[in-house]
Every structure is written in C-alpha cells, then in structure tokens.
Design a protein around this ligand. Structure first.
Ligand SMILES: [Zn+2]
Ligand SMILES: [Zn+2]
Length: 342
C-alpha cells in the first residue's frame, strides 16, 4: 500500500520534504483490531512536533496521522462492536492500560501507558491502518469523511480544552491562535454558552476576519488588549509570547488553558517578562491539556452532530502531505487541512 513515511527526525526549516512516499505492506489486524481503509486523514500541528522531535515517534520508519476516517475492510476474530463496511474514526488516543486509576476515572489521556496514533503506532497517512475496536469511534452520518477528520483531534482536544476552561454561560472567552482547533471551539462555545462574548487573537488578518465571520465578538493581534478582561482563555499557539500576553488579559480568578502537546523553544525568553502582579496575581490560573480521553472523542462527536459544527476543510492528496505540513508550519491556515485518499 501507499504511505507517506517518516524515516527520521528532521528540521522542517532545512528539509521541506520530511515524509517519503513509500510502498509498505498492508497491515494485518490482530484479534481485537479493525483493518481500516483510510479515506481521509487530518493534518495536525502535532505532526510537526513529531517530525521535529519535540514529541518523537517511538520507532522508525513510521506512518503519522491521528485524525483518521475510513471504512472497515476486515475485523479480527474477537471483534464484537463493529462490522465490516462500517465507517469509523481514529483519534490521538490509540491505547491505554485500562486498569490504572486514571483509566478507571475516564482520564485515560493521563495513563502512564498512553499510546498515540501515528507516534507509538502507525497512523493514517496511508491507504490502510489498524486500530483496536476499543479505540475506534463511529462517525455521525451528517459528516462527510473529509469533514469528520479534523473533528477527531482539532475538535476533540478543543472540546477537552473548553471543558477544562471551567466556563459558565456569560463568561468571556479568549481564543489565542485561530487555526483548526480554535475555529471549532468557537462554534462549540457559541452553542454551549450563547451569552458569552468570544475574543479571538491571531497574527494573520485572514484568521481574524475568519473568527469574526464565525461569530467572534472581537478579533485582534496576539499582543492587542481586548475591550474586556477574559474569564477563560484557550491558547493553541506553538510559542510562549501569547502565554505572557494572555495572562495579562485575564480577569481575577481567570484561567488560561494551554492546548498544545509541546511548545517550541524559539521565544522562551518571553517568559522572563512575567511580572507577578501584572500576570499572575488575583488567582489567575494556568492549566495544560494532555492528549484526549476516549470519552472526549465520543462526547464531542455527538455534540458536533447536534450543533452541527461545520469544519472548514482544505483537501490535499496523500502525496502532497509535505506541502500541507509546510503550509501549517508557515501558518497558512484557514480551517483544517485534510489528506484525501485516491
Ligand atoms: Zn492532533
Ligand atoms: Zn491506565
């Protein structure tokens, strides 16, 4: 089968084609696994973190990709939740131990033995992939394959971030960075908290316009001061300056949720600008979001179908995965990028 394969860690600034189109054997499903013929796979910022080694894959060569939609072509002998021909999604959570206290409490995202799709197991930048039936999710009918793909990470982790933001209807919400995840969070937040004003912060004019089209109350650059203090904020940027800028905009008791698997080190010195009174005093909080739990994926897919959320999608051929990744790196974002097979 055709796959876009990562052979080693590399720096995208020096190497603009980190993935190589390769013919590799079609995977064989284990007894609890589904063999999925991939039709769409979302392209995520976390893939840049994997390629550049901030969250390195556990083996090479590896097939990346953790927002996978496809149809089941074959099932293992012990599979009982799914049938051949059904459409399923695969998310970042690929496996967890299932028995530790985190797993038992529904926080399998925090499990010590957490495994990620496309990092600790082959993912969806390929014609086929496998997944245990326990970590596969039915996709609501109203979404096309391409629309469903970005819901599986950008949407799901956005859902978890919004949950962790501890928001009440009427609270102000800041979305710092306006890419694939934030454009879905905005739609979710407007549905769940109709009386809340949403403030979007983005470097590019295009992203700011897009945020306003989707119903943001205000949009400005990362270092602009919004007209109101923020009760909650969700940061989806890969760097540190937005953290410092956002803390200063938080209302007393406000909470900043950092939705990023890893941050880049390029502007770490910005953190030295943190002043206790300006940025932290008045019980302002910072919380990170780690991975996604299975519960987040299923709850979010249901919510997304109810709202319904309409992901804005830009399709690329599997062979053009490097181009999609590079555009993501250089912030040419409007909505979400998805690889479409065939
Ligand atoms: Zn992702
Ligand atoms: Zn566990």
């Amino acid at each position: 089968m055709k796959a876009m394969v990562l052979n080693r860690i590399t720096n995208l600034r020096e190497n603009d084609s980190p993935l190589e189109l390769t013919d590799i054997p079609k995977p064989l499903p284990g007894s609890k696994d589904l063999l999925v013929k991939v039709s769409a796979c979302g392209v995520c910022h976390t893939e840049l973190d994997e390629i550049e080694g901030r969250t390195p894959p556990t083996f090479f060569p590896i097939v990346l990709g953790h927002q996978v939609v496809g149809h089941i072509e074959e099932i293992g002998s012990k599979v009982n939740r799914f049938k051949v021909g059904e459409r399923v999604g695969i998310a970042w959570i690929h496996a967890a131990c299932g028995t530790c206290s985190h797993c038992r409490e529904g926080n399998d995202n925090l499990c010590e033995r957490f495994e990620a799709s496309g990092r600790d197991a082959h993912g969806g930048y390929a014609e086929y992939t496998t997944i245990s039936e326990d970590y596969a999710f039915p996709i609501p009918n109203i979404f096309t394959d391409l629309e469903a793909a970005p819901l599986l990470c950008a949407g799901t982790i956005g859902y978890r971030s919004l949950r962790l933001a501890n928001m009440k209807d009427g609270d102000t919400l800041g979305l710092v960075g306006f890419g694939a995840s934030a454009h879905l969070v905005l739609q979710m937040a407007r549905h769940k908290y109709p009386n809340s004003k949403i403030f979007a912060f983005a470097r590019s004019e295009g992203e700011r316009v897009f945020a306003c089209e989707l119903g943001a109350f205000w949009a400005g650059d990362i270092d602009e001061t919004p007209p109101e203090k923020l009760n909650c904020a969700i940061d989806t940027t890969p760097v540190w300056k937005p953290i410092v800028e956002t803390l200063k905009n938080l209302a007393p008791g406000g909470r900043l949720v950092i939705n990023a698997i890893r941050k880049e080190d390029i502007d770490k010195e910005q953190l030295l600008k943190i002043d206790y009174v300006t940025h932290l005093w008045h019980e302002r909080e910072i919380k990170s979001v780690a991975n996604v739990a299975r519960q987040d994926v299923s709850e979010f897919l249901e919510l997304a179908a109810t709202i319904p959320i309409r992901p804005e999608v830009q399709a690329f051929r599997l062979e053009d995965a490097n181009k999609a990744l590079l555009e993501l790196k250089t912030s040419k974002i409007r909505g979400a990028k998805v690889l479409a097979m065939q």
